[in-house]
Design a protein around this ligand. Structure first.
Ligand code: ADP
Length: 172
């Protein structure tokens, strides 16, 4: 498949990005945690936690929107990835849902730029190559039908993950 020029790869810290929305790989409580979730809450400040408390949690595969508070990003889209349990529990379909729900929510809010971390590939243990390929596939599918989104950034914390995205995009 041809690589969609609206997709960009970056390496670094998602909390530094001045985009319409950054996506948080949250846990179902939406009350913060480790990894990217902890980094986002630290950078956004206590206003984010206060707003999240009112949301009543989030189910795996769903997505909820908040403001960005002290972040350079205008919004945070919180989505809950699946915990990897060997692959027979519908983990792939649930991770695909995270991308679909996040992009769909961004589109309904008319957001034009969004950045994703590699959801579920940290403590949730989803195999990285499959997770990166799935993120790219779902985003391609969404962009084929969407006329609003201008930038979808996949931000990696390490070079190995960026290489997996490059492969999934057919850039190597
Ligand atoms: P999960 O619980 O969904 O597995 P984690 O936060 O443990 O979420 O990890 C998800 C991915 O986010 C991992 O690939 C991790 O390396 C990456 N990550 C952690 N902190 C940041 C950050 N500040 N910016 C971008 N990516 C990050």
């Amino acid at each position: 498949m041809a690589y969609d020029r609206r997709i960009e790869l970056m390496t670094g810290d998602i909390t530094s990005l001045a985009v319409d929305a950054i996506v948080n790989a949250a846990n179902p409580s939406l009350l913060g945690g480790g990894g990217v979730d902890g980094a986002i809450h630290r950078a956004a400040g206590p206003g984010l936690l206060a707003e999240c408390r009112k949301l009543g949690g989030c189910k795996t595969g769903e997505a909820k929107l908040t403001a960005g508070h002290n972040l350079p990003a205008r919004h945070v889209i919180h989505t809950v990835g699946p915990v990897w349990r060997g692959g027979s529990g519908g983990e792939e379909a649930l991770l695909a849902l995270c991308y679909r729900a996040s992009l769909g929510l961004a589109a309904t809010q008319r957001l034009r730029s969004i950045a994703f971390p590699a959801i579920s590939t940290g403590v949730y243990g989803f195999p990285r190559p499959r997770a990166c390929a799935l993120a790219v596939d779902e985003t391609h599918r969404f962009l084929l039908k969407d006329g609003t989104m201008e930038r979808v950034i996949f931000i990696s914390f390490d070079d190995e993950t960026e290489a997996l995205y490059r492969r999934a995009l057919g850039l190597d």
